[in-house]
Write a new protein. Structure first.
Lengths: 44, 315
């Protein structure tokens, strides 16, 4: 929480959080993709 | 493609593609999620932060739900100042535009309050055992998510003085950067709080002095040090030491501050430095640690620096 955040600050921090979360999800998915690839499953 | 949630079979282990890779390669957007209650991300709080996050995530082709209880912190404010490109826009219009943008990219808006968030394990996953979140709304509806983003912000704990709550966001103000220009050059007041917050209130007064030559600091009966009083005098900030009993309102406009001795100090607007209380119960219930200042401790990415489990995040 940023107690000094104005609306524009909050919007920016929301955007930054979204990018961090998306990156985190990609990081989660990557080893799954590798595992499936090694099992001979179709890649994607 | 179904998501990997506790209540669903774990298709990570049996499906031909990993879920997100499939979604991207197949060109199937997040709207193709197998269950309407399952999302990549559930955003709790539909203010500027939450909607902005949902917009970015939706554009990143993530399935997103925004849960909002419809109680924005800035609800009393009629206009939003200092927002580049939208200066003066009513906050309600910003939110309406934001909601339309989010839904335009497939994000879902859910009206309601979140009652609980619990961490669940993805079953039948050993190689990629990641936790999931079950978000239960006040009406009992469940949402499942790979991640949650808590953007519930904070609330303002304002002094319990008659008139303060009624005028909040109108002519009883907090942020001079948001409202100072609109009351520039007018007789302004700054309310001191309890002794513990006097220094913060004094700092507030010195900042507000930027917008008017006529500023009065109301100590509300709390003593000032010689140095504090000297600093106020040096910047031509008036000092009233008598306790404040109420704000005086005439014709739906603040006209003054009434003191315990019956005097009324004419003021057009009064600023106060509220105590900020984080709406972080969902995070602390999940085991997120708080720092010494009472806020949930976060790292550089905005994610809680330590947590009992899961990946909640709060901007």
């Amino acid at each position: 929480v940023n107690p000094r955040a104005q609306v524009i600050t909050a919007a920016g921090e929301g955007s930054a959080a979204a990018i961090a979360i998306n990156n985190d999800l990609v990081d989660e998915d990557l080893p799954i993709a590798v595992t499936n690839f090694r099992l001979g499953m179709p890649i994607g | 493609m179904r998501r990997c949630f506790e209540t669903q079979p774990c298709t990570h282990c049996t499906a031909p593609f990993p879920e997100s890779a499939t979604t991207v390669v197949d060109g199937a957007g997040s709207e193709d999620s197998g269950d309407m209650n399952e999302f990549d991300v559930v955003v709790v709080g539909g203010g500027a932060a939450g909607l902005s996050a949902a917009l970015v995530l939706s554009r990143a082709r993530r399935s997103v739900a925004v849960v909002d209880a419809g109680q924005p912190r800035n609800a009393p404010a009629s206009h939003m100042q200092g927002f580049l490109g939208s200066d003066g826009l009513p906050p309600t219009e910003l939110l309406a535009a934001g909601r339309a943008e989010v839904t335009g990219y497939g994000g879902q808006l859910v009206s309601g309050a979140v009652a609980t968030v619990t961490v669940t394990a993805c079953p039948r996953t050993s190689a990629h055992n990641r936790q999931r979140f079950e978000v239960v709304l006040a009406d009992g509806s469940p949402l499942m998510a790979r991640r949650i983003l808590v953007t519930t912000g904070l609330r303002d704990d304002i002094p319990d003085i008659p008139g303060v709550r009624e005028r909040w966001g109108r002519d009883l103000l907090h942020c001079p950067y948001c409202h100072g220009y609109e009351v520039r050059d007018q007789p302004l007041g700054v309310l001191g709080g309890d002794p513990a917050s006097t220094q913060d209130a004094l700092a507030h007064a010195h900042i507000i002095r930027q917008w008017s030559d006529d500023v009065v600091f109301f100590t509300n009966g709390n003593p000032l040090t010689v140095a504090q009083r000297e600093q106020l005098v040096a910047r031509a900030i008036g000092v009233v030491d008598t306790r404040v009993v109420r704000l005086v309102v005439e014709d739906d406009q603040l006209s003054g501050v009434e003191l315990a001795d019956g005097r009324v100090v004419a003021r057009a607007a009064v600023f106060v430095r509220p105590a900020f209380v984080a709406n972080d119960t969902l995070l602390t219930d999940l085991g997120c640690a708080t720092s010494q200042n009472g806020w949930v401790a976060v790292d550089a990415t905005g994610a809680p620096a330590s947590r009992a489990s899961g990946q909640p995040a709060t901007p």
